[in-house]
Design a protein around this ligand. Structure first.
Ligand code: DOR
Ligand code: ZN
Length: 409
C-alpha cells in the first residue's frame, strides 16, 4: 500500500509515458504501468517541479516588499517547489547568528521547500554558518550590500572547503565606481554598469579557483569554468523596451543585439541554469527612474515564460527541462528534478494549449508589478509537492508545508 498513487502521462527517461506513481512519506517508491490502488488522475503532461536557485524574499527586514509566505506561494503558482533565498536582507546574513535567526523566522512561513545563502564579504569565511545551503559573493555594490572590495586568500579557501555552491554576483566594485553617474533611462543605466565590469569580476572569480562556483545572471556568454546562470529578464528584455523603472535591474538589461545573442546561446546549450533573481521592491521604489531601486520579480513567471517558448518551438523542451528543473536541483544535490525512485514526489501538470498573457496584478507577489506584463506564458494547472497537491486547477490548496532542505535529506 502506498500513501498515494498518481496516474497520468509522466516525463520519464526522456519521454512522456502513461504511468502510475506510488508515493510514501512524500517520496516516489513505485513507478509502474499499473498500480492496483485508488489513484489520483492527473491530466496533461506531468513534469518534475522546478527549483529556483536565486530569489530575494526580503524576510526578515523588508516584509513590505515580500515575505516568505507570499514569495513561496508565488513560487508554487509558477511550478517551483524549491527556492534558494539570498542573504542581502536589511540585516546581512553574514554570520552564524544572523543565519539561524533568519531560518527560525522564515521556516514557519514557507509554502515550498527552501535553502538559504550566507554572504561572503571577503574576510568572514570563518563566521559563515556551516549549515548554509550556499554562499553568495557580491563583488560590487547592489541592493543592501556594499560589495566585496578586498578579500583574504585564507577566507576564500575556507568557503571553498565548505563544499557548498558559491554564487557570484559578478560586477566589479571599482569598475562600477569608475563608470558611475546619473542614469535617467535603461540605456544610460547599462552604460553606468557596463559589461566590462562583469568581465573584470568574472576574471577575478575565475582566479579564486573554487571547487564549485556559479556565475549568476550573466548578460553575455563570458568565459568561465564555473556554472553559467542566466535570467528570463536578460533573455527576453532589452534596454530599448519601454519598461521604465520596472526594467531597472543589476546587472542592467543590455542592447537588443546582446539580448538576442544571449537567447541564441541558451538555445545552443551554452547556459546551465535559468534562475529568476526575483527581487521585489515597493511601488514607491519604482517611480522616478533615476532614484528607483534595481530588481525585477520573476519567481512565478520563470517557468511559465520558458514553457511558452517551448510551445512556440523557440526553445527545445530538453534545454528548458535541464536549465529550469534538472540542473538547479542537481547543483544542490536535491532529490528532486527527476521522476525516479527515491526522489521526492514533486511534479506539475502542464496543459501546453493553455497559453495566456501575463497579467501582473494576478501574480501573487506582494509587489506584483512586472516588466513581463502582456508576455505569453503557460502556467501549470496542478502542482504536487512531496506527494501533496498544493495547486489544483490553478488554485492554491497547499498550506505552509515548506521544509528547510537540510531536513529533507
Ligand atoms: O537588481 C538587483 N536587485 N540586483 C541585485 O543584485 C540585488 C537585487 C535586490 O536584492 O534588489
Ligand atoms: Zn539577486
Amino acid at each position: 500500500m502506498y500513501d498515494r498513487v498518481f496516474s497520468g502521462k509522466f516525463l520519464f527517461h526522456g519521454s512522456f509515458q502513461d504511468l502510475d506513481i506510488g508515493v510514501e512519506n512524500g517520496i516516489i517508491t513505485g513507478i509502474k504501468k499499473h498500480i492496483n490502488e485508488e489513484k489520483k488522475i492527473l491530466k496533461n503532461g506531468i513534469i518534475p517541479a522546478g527549483t529556483d536557485t536565486h530569489v530575494h524574499f526580503r524576510d526578515p527586514g523588508e516584509t513590505d516588499k515580500e515575505d516568505f509566505s507570499t514569495g513561496t506561494i508565488s513560487a508554487i503558482f509558477g511550478g517551483t517547489t524549491t527556492v534558494f533565498d539570498m542573504p542581502n536582507n536589511r540585516r546581512k546574513i553574514d554570520n552564524y547568528a544572523a543565519y539561524s535567526d533568519k531560518l527560525e523566522i522564515v521556516r514557519r512561513k514557507a509554502f515550498c521547500d527552501f535553502g538559504l545563502y550566507s554572504m561572503f564579504t571577503g574576510t568572514n569565511g570563518d563566521i559563515i554558518s556551516k549549515e548554509s545551503s550556499g554562499i553568495k559573493v557580491y563583488m560590487g555594490e547592489t541592493t543592501n550590500t556594499g560589495g566585496m572590495n578586498n578579500y583574504s586568500e585564507d577566507a576564500v579557501r575556507t568557503i571553498s572547503e565548505m563544499g557548498i555552491p558559491v554564487v557570484f554576483h559578478a560586477e566589479d566594485g571599482s569598475c562600477l565606481k569608475k563608470h558611475g553617474g546619473r542614469a535617467r533611462n535603461l540605456k544610460e543605466y547599462s552604460s553606468i554598469r557596463p559589461m566590462e565590469c562583469e568581465e573584470i569580476a568574472i576574471e577575478r572569480a575565475n582566479n579564486m579557483k573554487l571547487s564549485r562556483g556559479v556565475i549568476t545572471h550573466m548578460t553575455h556568454d563570458y568565459g568561465t569554468p564555473y556554472i553559467k546562470e542566466v535570467t528570463p529578464h536578460h533573455l527576453l528584455l532589452n534596454y530599448d523596451m519601454p519598461l521604465g523603472p520596472y526594467g531597472k535591474v543589476n546587472p542592467p538589461l543590455r542592447s537588443r543585439e546582446t539580448q538576442e545573442d544571449l537567447i541564441a546561446k541558451l538555445v545552443n546549450g551554452t547556459f546551465n541554469i535559468i534562475s529568476s533573481d526575483h527581487a521585489p521592491h515597493v511601488q514607491n521604489d519604482k517611480t522616478d527612474f533615476e532614484y528607483s531601486k534595481a530588481g525585477i520579480i520573476g519567481v512565478e513567471t520563470r517557468i511559465p515564460l520558458m514553457l511558452a517558448l517551448v510551445q512556440k518551438k523557440l526553445l527545445s523542451f530538453d534545454t528548458f527541462y535541464k536549465t529550469c528543473i534538472l540542473n538547479p536541483a542537481q547543483l544542490f544535490n536535491l532529490r528532486k528534478g527527476e521522476i525516479k525512485i527515491g526522489n521526492y514526489a514533486d511534479f506539475m501538470s502542464v496543459d501546453f494549449s493553455s497559453m495566456e498573457k501575463i497579467n501582473d496584478y494576478r501574480l501573487h507577489s506582494k509587489n506584483p508589478g512586472s516588466p513581463f506584463n502582456g508576455f505569453d506564458a503557460i502556467f501549470p494547472s496542478d502542482v504536487i509537492m512531496r506527494g501533496e497537491t498544493v495547486i489544483e486547477g490553478k488554485e492554491l490548496i497547499g498550506d505552509k508545508m515548506g521544509k528547510y532542505i537540510r531536513e529533507l535529506k
